[in-house]
Design a protein around this ligand. Sequence first.
Ligand SMILES: Cc1cc2nc3c(=O)[nH]c(=O)nc-3n(C[C@H](O)[C@H](O)[C@H](O)COP(=O)(O)OP(=O)(O)OC[C@H]3O[C@@H](n4cnc5c(N)ncnc54)[C@H](O)[C@@H]3O)c2cc1C
Ligand code: SF4
Ligand code: SF4
Length: 517
Amino acid sequence: MTETGPIFKENTLSRKTGSWRDHELKQKPRYLRESDTISTCMVACPIHQDIREWLLALKNNDINEAAKIILRHNPLASSVSLVCPSFCERGCKYLRECFDEPIAINASEKFLGNWIISGNYSPNLVKISSDRKIAVVGSGPAGLTCAYVLRNKGYAVTIFEKMPIPGGLLRFGIPEDHLPKEIVAKETDLIQKAGVELKCGTEINESNFGELKKGFHAIFLAPGFSEGKKLDIPGAELVGVVTALDFLKKANLGEIGNLNGKTIIVIGAGNTAMDSARTAKKLGAARVIVAYRRKKENMKAFGNEIGETEKAGVQFNFEMTPLRIVRNIPDGLLAEFQNNDLKIIFACDFVIMAVGQQKSPFFEKLLKEKTIEQLEKEGIFIGGDLLSGPKTVAHAIGTGNEGAEKIVAYLERREYRRGKIRTIVRRKNINLSYFEPAPRTAEIQVESRRCFSCGLCRECENCLNFCPEPVVKKTGDPEKPYVIDYNYCKGCGICAKECPRGVIVMEEEKELKYESK
Ligand SMILES: Cc1cc2nc3c(=O)[nH]c(=O)nc-3n(C[C@H](O)[C@H](O)[C@H](O)COP(=O)(O)OP(=O)(O)OC[C@H]3O[C@@H](n4cnc5c(N)ncnc54)[C@H](O)[C@@H]3O)c2cc1C
Ligand code: SF4
Ligand code: SF4
């Protein structure tokens, strides 16, 4: 029998297989660093928070680190987690559909938010390192976030708020049953402890805006869409006819007392109408009727809001077009509606109009006189609902972050650029054979282990172990754990296929580069 030996007797390093890429494949792998990629959950969250990183810290049982990560962009984690429709989980669902369920990201945010405000975390008071001063108008989620982010970057920031306490619609719009005010108070306290100065009871208007411009190097305007709208029908100006925003504000300030035995008509069908109807019920109203001009399927309110409102005992009347409101003698009101061919009249005590919000006249005028670009050139930046129109708390926090970035660029006299373009880690980039489907659980640390850590290298060494050539080298640098020696890479793509988390991409190679022997 003849003995067989290796085909090549030389050391594998003697053959620069990198030259083989020339022939057919003309593609080579590249490691994507953390900052090059973005997960679908982060894309979907309007704050674009570092969700995968806090989940990774939780996976490593490092709650303090997870809290630090969330606080980079979001000082209101507890509040927003209670009211956000969890856009992030829709992003994760898109990735994990047909595998298992999306990660309970909202619950992890709630867990961290509560952990932070329960005294486990002491905010770091950053030294003021700049002589530039920034004013923020409005202490809603947009203003609070912008101020907090800028203060952590070493700027002195003062918030001017017209109400006696901070929080904006978190405090005076969203009802207690969805967002306990104690939580908002704890988060706004934390923002103040981080060094943000807050001047409540100070309204910024035509008469003092000039002074503000003189006293500060940049201004962030986040006064929201703070005025409720009324329908233009006869009787809208009567005592007892109020906007939903005014009603909720008064209810949150404890100024309404009880509504025992009263009948309340709520006109509208959005989330604010649902909040108003439930609040009226909570205050003791005997009968609350939501009157909407279209059909149930046309309602703008979220399904869960409608369900909760129905459960609270609120009556819904559809296809009711409001015609007029008149005073009922000796007291109360008569609200008249057109319902197909019928005229329906309700005797009631109050009519709440939940038909939209608008800018206050001062900010309306300001934005009519100048474009956003012109204002930004003067150092005036816009955020929150004033920028986007009525949206959500998460969107407002997102604009607070962006506003802070723009202000820093303005003060440093450089052009503002929205972060760099990142590669979205999609389903096709994840190697599912390395993961086991598992059910969603309320146990946050267990739940975090289900996360794929999309786009994050976990140093599993698959690329190193599966590569058939001496190509992948360990560096010992956690920022850049592996490098590729293209002198030996044939471009076969095994490393990219075997990476569980989409950290390696195969790219077309225009010009081949290797050292020839
Ligand atoms: C009833 C209701 C329920 C809602 N429920 C939800 C929900 O469940 N989930 C969700 O995500 N979103 C919800 N939203 C939307 C969300 O609250 C807003 O999108 C968000 O609060 C906007 O944030 P902001 O910072 O732009 O403004 P706001 O929260 O409106 O804060 C603006 C602040 O500026 C102050 N201000 C105004 N003018 C001046 C001035 N001239 N000078 C000084 N201060 C001024 C105001 O007093 C206020 O404190 C709800 C909205 C309403 C009305
Ligand atoms: S703010 Fe909303 S979308 Fe963003 S992580 Fe929290 S729950 Fe998800
Ligand atoms: S698996 Fe993890 S990183 Fe990927 S989308 Fe879901 S939560 Fe985000």
